[in-house]
Design a protein around this ligand. Structure first.
Ligand code: OGA
Ligand code: MN
Length: 284
């Protein structure tokens, strides 16, 4: 194969070296897809991509979803880019943010789990990176499930959870959403708490995000205590790998078996990322 797979050494992730993702023949792509299923997040350094290149690369993995609704998706550069490209940025131009998520910490989550068919993968490309902060971490939820204490596992076996759609991972209320005061009535989508990877058959914890999560039919106080215990377990650094960005980095990750989060960074610095999301199916 015309590339090398260099595992991060952590619980997840590998760097692919020696590859320009604009030029992938079918055999190379299929080897790459296998490496992705194995390592769950792949890093390609030093890429030089237009939005069309990004959409073409992401589209090799499957049909693309449109960008998600966010507090800021109706402004600035989003209108100038392709509808499949979601801009993540703190940059403000003419008083308007050019993208979503600002510069605050983004809490642990998996992308768009609040819809019935969440994207199977996200592809994130860096155009401008601040001198410090804004690292993105990934956590292996197959491993987190495998190492979940038996008493916790017994309490989620066969259960379904509601994934609230009201807030972004940085805690902004999405456009048109109302604040949630009762988790049993939060809008969103319901998915099994333990899902099985449709391609590899491996089970994983599928929690979405902590905020307003509800294990369906569970008493609210019990729900809060159980979710706190599950999230404390999932946040253990032994399940995670942290990526420090450089300009031209491209990541593709598996939303079915990973959580991710982003560190805050200095709001006075600039961070500009372009993302695509690849359609998935109903979690089972
Ligand atoms: C995302 C996301 C992390 C980041 O792209 O889904 O959560 O590093 N962003 O900005
Ligand atoms: Mn995300």
């Amino acid at each position: 194969m015309p590339f090398e797979v260099v595992p991060t050494g952590a619980a997840v992730g590998a760097e692919i070296s020696g590859l320009d993702v604009r030029a992938l023949d079918d055999a190379t792509f299929s080897a790459l897809r296998q490496a992705w299923l194995e390592h769950k997040v792949l890093l390609f350094r030093g890429q030089d991509l237009t939005d069309d290149d990004l959409v073409t690369f992401a589209g090799r993995f499957g049909a693309l979803d449109l960008a998600p609704a966010s507090a800021t998706d109706d402004v600035g550069a989003q209108e100038k880019s392709r509808p499949e490209v979601w801009i993540i940025s703190n940059v403000v131009e003419e008083g308007k943010p050019i993208g979503a998520l600002g510069s605050d910490e983004a809490e642990w989550h998996t992308d768009m789990s609040y819809v019935d068919e969440p994207p199977m993968a996200s592809v994130l490309y860096s155009l401008e990176i601040p001198p410090a902060g804004g690292d993105t971490s990934f956590a292996n939820m197959e491993l987190a499930l495998a190492e979940l204490p038996a008493d916790l596992r017994a309490r989620i076996e066969g259960r379904t959870a509601n994934h609230d759609s009201s807030y972004t991972s940085v805690g902004e209320l999405r456009k048109g959403a109302a604040p949630v005061t009762d988790v049993t009535r939060a809008p969103g989508a319901r998915h099994p708490v333990i899902r099985t990877h449709p391609e590899t058959g491996v089970p994983s914890l599928y929690l979405g995000r902590r905020r307003n999560g509800w294990i369906v039919d569970m008493d609210v106080a019990d729900n809060e205590a159980l979710l706190d215990a599950l999230w404390a377990h999932c946040a253990d650094p032994r399940f995670a790998w942290t990526h420090q960005w450089r300009t031209g980095d491209l990541l593709i990750w598996d939303n079915r078996s990973l959580n991710h989060r982003r560190d805050a960074f200095d709001p006075a610095s600039r961070r500009v990322m372009h993302r695509c999301q690849i359609k998935g199916d109903v979690p089972r």
